[in-house]
Design a protein around this ligand. Structure first.
Ligand code: GLC
Ligand code: CA
Length: 557
């Protein structure tokens, strides 16, 4: 297959609530984003991905959509969106919308109708089951805690929700529901959007037996993900979606797919299949979870480098020439990477963030940069539970500390400090003025006080800043085909301190060397010919085999 435009593109992810407020209500909005498109263009990104912008009661910050055809009034109007899109297109930036097709809000008119009784037009748009022995149909547990089933008296039935009770799952078995979703997607394609990010799209096809596989004690549940991920009709649904919406357009499409494997990704994002362009998978984000499986991601473990290498290398080689992956360190669901895999101490913050960026941006795939990552923004460092707003964090605190008493309050606060999604959601740090230039009002989530030190304006005016380093990485991807199409070979697989790999095509080789520690390391690379030249580095000079703290360098030959 000839190289597609989205294979050498770089995506910049904007969390609309936290990017730029334009009217002083403390909530980021579309006119604010439009104003900042010049910044994204200057960075060099090709595509802007917006997290959901539709009307929503906001139980899960917009991932509970109550109207797929409109704009959340908190963010602006349809005219504001059209202006954003037109401005982006003038700047040759593409815009990618976030589509939540696994579930809607319980306030969506379809669900309101569906819940009313068993024989209306929308009765079968969601997944309803009769009680079993007066209880939930099975012991599946929702991703945000509690049972995955909620009872509705008017139907005398339970409905399924993979996430919060306010996020009922659609019944994709119903062709009318599917048609309605395709029509809606076509509405946005007709409006001129350039692509879609499909939220948890590999959860849409449910195994229809809804069985309890492992029993759990009363009040405890078996996590739903393992049951509903990669379901029996998923390929069929993706192919239908492709035929009804995507085919014939040059869109960028990415499927968020927790629990996808490299083998399955070759189907969902196979280069020769008509499903989606690429997957967005989580394996490398799950390597620092708690040794106690019951605690899941709530942990303060650091990732072990050989495990990270094994994981990323498996995806590099598993998909090579067959399918396409996304490359990311950050998004709105993950803590800040410099705090997580890097070193946020002031002497090392930019250096280690550049090292992590180097490691990721020379891999094969489409890189995603999450707003603020290019400034090496850090975790929030909230000290009180009341600073958090994310329902996942609050629910889990309640469950693990108060209900199940598995961890102490202090331990859980430490875990939240490392892993909470709110770490990524603090407002964008634009400058050193009040509230980091994000809002003139009271921000919906606290601004990180380190904005005086870490902000875009400072980065833009400081030579050698992390921001300028990201600009160079993006430019290199656009210039050197080997980054998009070259093959990948891992070196030093078991080395606990250094991540090194080769990218090669017929014309060119790149050797990427990254020191993941603050200690000096010495490594010799016999692969490196005397003619090799340094392409990019996060230090001003090259000391050959000696790798200083968090040193990253790339040679070409
Ligand atoms: C995805 C989103 C996340 C949301 C969940 C439910 O994982 O990225 O933010 O909470 O789906 O829609
Ligand atoms: Ca606003």
């Amino acid at each position: 297959m000839a190289t597609q435009w989205w294979q050498s593109a770089v995506v910049y992810q904007v969390y609309p609530r936290s990017f730029q407020d334009s009217n002083g209500d403390g909530i980021g909005d579309l006119p604010g984003i439009t104003r900042r498109l010049a910044y994204i263009k200057h960075l060099g990104a090709d595509v802007v991905w917006l997290n959901p912008i539709y009307p929503s009661p906001g139980v899960d910050n917009g991932y509970d959509v109550s109207d797929y055809y409109e704009i959340n009034p908190e963010f602006g109007t349809m005219a504001d969106f059209e202006e954003l899109l037109a401005t982006a297109h003038l700047k040759k930036l593409k815009v990618m919308l976030d589509m939540v097709l696994n579930h809607s809000s319980d306030q969506h008119p379809w669900f309101v109708e569906s819940a009313r009784n068993r024989d209306n037009r929308y009765a079968d748009y969601y997944i309803w089951r009769d009680p079993v022995d007066g209880h939930e149909p099975n012991n599946w547990g929702a991703e945000f805690g509690g049972s995955a089933w909620t009872y509705v008296a008017s139907r005398k039935q339970y409905y399924l929700h993979s996430f919060a009770p306010e996020q009922p799952d659609f019944n994709w078995e119903n062709p009318h529901l599917r048609r309605a979703l395709y029509d809606m997607l076509n509405f946005w394609v007709a409006k001129g959007v350039d692509g879609f990010r499909f939220d948890v799209i590999n959860m849409i096809s449910k195994p229809q037996d809804f069985r309890t596989k492992r029993s759990t004690p009363a009040g405890r549940f078996d996590p739903i993900g393992q049951y509903v991920a990669n379901g029996p009709r998923l390929n069929e649904f993706l192919q239908e979606l492709n035929a009804q919406v995507l085919s014939g357009h040059q869109l960028i499409t990415v499927g968020e797919m927790p629990g996808v494997t490299t083998t399955l990704a070759c189907d969902y994002a196979g280069l020769h299949r008509r499903e989606l362009n690429m997957v967005f998978e989580f394996e490398h984000m799950n390597l620092d979870g708690n040794a106690d499986a019951a605690l899941g991601k709530w942990s303060d473990q650091r990732v072990a480098l050989p495990a990270l290498k094994r994981c990323l290398s498996k995806w590099q080689t598993g998909l090579a020439d067959r399918a396409w992956n996304s490359l990311y360190w950050n998004n709105h669901d993950q803590p800040r990477i410099v705090s997580r895999f890097g070193d946020e101490r002031p002497v090392y913050r930019q250096r280690s963030a550049k090292m992590l960026a180097t490691m990721l941006h020379f891999l094969q795939g489409t890189p995603y940069i999450y707003a603020g990552e290019e400034l090496a923004m850090t975790n929030a460092h909230f000290t009180k539970l009341s600073d958090y707003q994310d329902l996942d964090s609050l629910n889990r605190y309640h469950q693990l500390v108060e209900q199940e008493r598995r961890v102490s309050a202090a331990t859980m606060l430490r875990y939240l400090g490392r892993q909470s999604r709110d770490n990524a959601r603090t407002p964008m740090q634009w400058d050193a003025s009040a509230n980091a230039g994000f809002t003139t009002g009271t921000p919906w989530l606290k601004v990180n006080p380190n904005y005086l030190r870490i902000n875009a304006q400072k980065a833009q005016t400081t030579p050698g800043s992390i921001l300028s380093y990201y600009q160079r990485l993006i430019k290199l991807r656009h210039q050197l085909p080997v980054i998009t199409t070259g093959n990948y070979r891992l070196l030093l697989a078991e080395d606990p301190a250094v991540y090194a790999y080769l990218r090669s095509n017929h014309q060119q080789h790149l050797l990427v060397i990254c020191n993941f520690t603050a200690a000096t390391q010495t490594r010799h690379f016999s692969e490196l010919p005397a003619t090799a030249t340094l392409l990019i580095s996060n230090y001003d000079d090259d000391r050959g085999d000696v790798l200083r703290a968090y040193e990253a360098k790339v040679y070409q030959f």
